[in-house]
Design a protein around this ligand. Structure first.
Ligand SMILES: Cc1cc2nc3c(=O)[nH]c(=O)nc-3n(C[C@H](O)[C@H](O)[C@H](O)COP(=O)(O)OP(=O)(O)OC[C@H]3O[C@@H](n4cnc5c(N)ncnc54)[C@H](O)[C@@H]3O)c2cc1C
Length: 398
């Protein structure tokens, strides 16, 4: 493929060499299709490389539709059922990649996420896939019951076009709005996008109340809009982070009520009453420091009620304070946005696609897979599983 030469003819052109694009290329290639994978960055799989702290949380054994956010919560079911976490684990095992379960079904490489990229590239090579990096698609048109692509490396004619260009998160890793623009060009609806799995920011007095506690971490249950996640909280200079916050951030929008249960494993009133009986002369803040990180305990006392010896509190006062500890309000001002978000919420409207093949209902031969689609997973390996499953669905038919 070089500029100025005759168009390269392939059966399937795939735009985007990330998790979904690589898997789709492999599956279509194994069916004997001539596949061209186009990636505009200098290498494929950059997000895989940076994922899971460099160890790629490549799936979750507990994957179900309940772990995904979409305007149509049923859309993901068919693809997930036909290419399951077990299927991906079998592939990983075939390549001798050692892995471990961290918690709650989250599977990570023992060694490095580089192994997952290597595995996918080896699979693509074995399936005869042609991979072009540093190649940008300039224009796409329907042509002769297929597609004509103008790329920086020349013209391409493809019977099927698979868009696997990902979402908007982490622009410095090559994220673009390309897939959404292409969807609109072909008349597919795109649902509004926003950053998901992102830290939240605090501002004004809300930030002043906590910013000097930066580095404090504790288990909490974060609640918002009827959703709840029990996991770690981390206080940062700019706001709050940690898995519980990343998870709830996908359900939070400015102005929404966000509550933290700071003692998710205890009945706070029982715990305070027990401390009052055991240590009547101890001050509230030192009692609280037995239950929570010391610096946070001190701050909560400053914010909620003066720290007195425990015997001086009436039961009703302790009951009110306990209720506060189990539904502590945090007024977030915003999210850290796409700069750090792990995923993009929203995207190509699932109503426009077949759930069993990912093909456009209106434009035969045009497919959308992975994060560009309005299906976003919770934290914990679900987003890669969606990439593998949706890619497999399209790769089996494109
Ligand atoms: C820091 C971080 C850590 C993460 N960790 C995990 C994890 O451990 N487990 C998990 O399940 N999920 C994780 N995720 C989410 C996961 O990485 C994504 O959901 C997944 O990569 C989406 O796959 P995709 O193939 O749809 O998109 P991507 O992986 O984003 O791939 C899209 C590709 O298309 C290319 N591209 C874009 N536009 C064009 C264009 N115009 N022309 C050519 N190429 C183009 C991009 O360069 C990119 O290579 C993480 C995300 C981040 C940001």
């Amino acid at each position: 493929m070089s500029p100025g030469m005759d168009a390269l003819r392939v059966d399937v052109a795939i735009i985007g060499g990330g998790a979904a694009g690589l898997m789709c290329a492999r599956v279509a290639g194994l069916r004997g299709r001539r596949v061209l994978l186009i990636e505009h960055a200098e290498r494929v799989g950059k997000k895989i490389l940076m994922s899971g702290g460099g160890r790629c949380n490549f799936t979750n054994t507990g994957t179900s539709a309940a772990n995904f956010i979409s305007a149509n919560p049923h859309f993901c079911k068919s693809a997930l059922a036909r290419y399951t976490p077990q299927d991906f684990i079998a592939l990983v095992d075939k390549h001798g990649i050692a892995w471990h379960e961290k918690e709650l079904g989250q599977l990570f490489c023992n060694d490095s996420s580089r192994q997952i990229v290597r595995m996918l590239l080896d699979e693509c090579a074995a399936a005869g896939v042609r991979v072009e990096t540093r190649c940008s698609v300039v224009r796409v048109q329907q042509h002769d019951r297929g597609f004509a692509l103008t790329t920086t490396l020349g013209e391409v004619r493809a019977q099927a076009l698979v868009v696997a260009s990902g979402g908007l998160s982490i622009p410095r890793m090559g994220a673009t709005g390309f897939g959404y623009a292409l969807a609109r060009q072909f008349g597919l609806a795109v649902r509004p996008t926003r950053a998901g799995l992102a830290p939240l920011t605090l501002s004004g007095t809300h930030q002043q109340n906590y910013h000097d506690l930066s580095g404090v971490a504790l288990p909490v249950e974060a609640r918002c809009n009827g959703q709840r996640f029990r996991a770690g909280l981390l206080i940062t200079h700019r706001g709050i982070s940690g898995p519980a916050i990343l998870q709830i951030s996908s359900y939070w929008q400015p102005g929404d009520d966000l509550r933290l249960n700071l003692l998710p494993d205890d009945d706070a009133f029982d715990a305070l009453r027990a401390q009052q009986r055991a240590h009547p002369d101890a001050e509230l803040r030192s009692v609280l420091a037995e239950l929570l990180p010391r610096r946070l305990a001190q701050r909560l006392c400053e914010l909620a009620l003066p720290s007195l010896p425990m015997r001086q509190y009436r039961g009703a006062e302790l009951r009110v304070f306990a209720a506060q500890l189990q539904a502590w309000p945090l007024v977030a001002s915003g999210s850290e946005g796409y700069r750090t978000a792990e995923v993009t919420l929203g995207g190509v409207d699932t109503d426009a696609l077949s759930s069993s093949t990912m093909e456009s209902r209106e434009v035969p031969g045009l497919y959308f897979i992975g994060e560009v689609v309005d299906v976003s997973g919770h934290l914990g390996g679900y987003n890669f599983q969606w990439a593998w499953s949706s890619a497999h669905a399209a790769g089996m038919v494109a």
